[in-house]
Design a binder for this molecule. Sequence first.
Ligand code: GLN
Length: 266
Amino acid sequence: MKSKWYLFIMVLVLSTILVACGSDSEEASGDSGDSGETYTVATDNNFVPFEFMNEETGEMEGFDIDLIKAIAEEAGFNVEIESMKFDGVVAGMQSGRYDIGIAGMTITEERKETIDFSDPYYDAGLMLAVSADNEEIKSADDLTGKKVGTRSGTTSEAYIKENHPDAELITFPGIVEAYMDLEAGRLDAVMYDVPNVQYYVANDSEGLKTAGDILQGEQYGIAFPKDSELVEDVNEALQTLIDNGTYDDIYEKWFGERKYGTESSE
Ligand code: GLN
């Protein structure tokens, strides 16, 4: 009798330890308890302030990271975040390798042929960055013959090819490499997403400024492999977070007062 109880308690203790270890190793989980499914989330390795590596903690941080964790908590699942180059996120959705992709990814008709998107969660667009002392490039009309850098596989690359075939387009795997070449004077301009250009110019750059207006309106969506059953749950959770103010809290944390954000504006 005694040994039976002993065995029972041992099994209980052991399984508790196992469960605890299991959820601990779920790096960057949505903290949604230990009952829900765990989904893999592909994100971009460097797209400030939506996702980037905090060098001190070694963890991915940013608006998208906070948002997907809040969505996971609301919808009752866990997330395991993996960062990669932007085109890897797109490819990872097409192949179904990851369950969810969040990477400041613009919803486009072309991508919608091979990827599913959530409802839009952020209003963005494209903009130019130039050297602070550049008086020549005041808008995209001044790009003829100029060296314009951007990141491969993105909406900016497509935009330049289509609208500025007379500019010299140079693409980089990471957008920070393009900014650094601009700072070093090897490029005349960089075209990229408005929030990223503005954030980089204000916080991370040496001697850059923005030039001209927003060139093309865009909206970001959370991505899924085609016909994913998660789309509905994620949309529902996203709407709840917009309605209950959580979205606004996350927005303010990364952007301050809403300037060109989604839904309500001040
Ligand atoms: N929004 C851009 C696109 O979808 C770039 C996003 C990014 O670099 N993460 O093409």
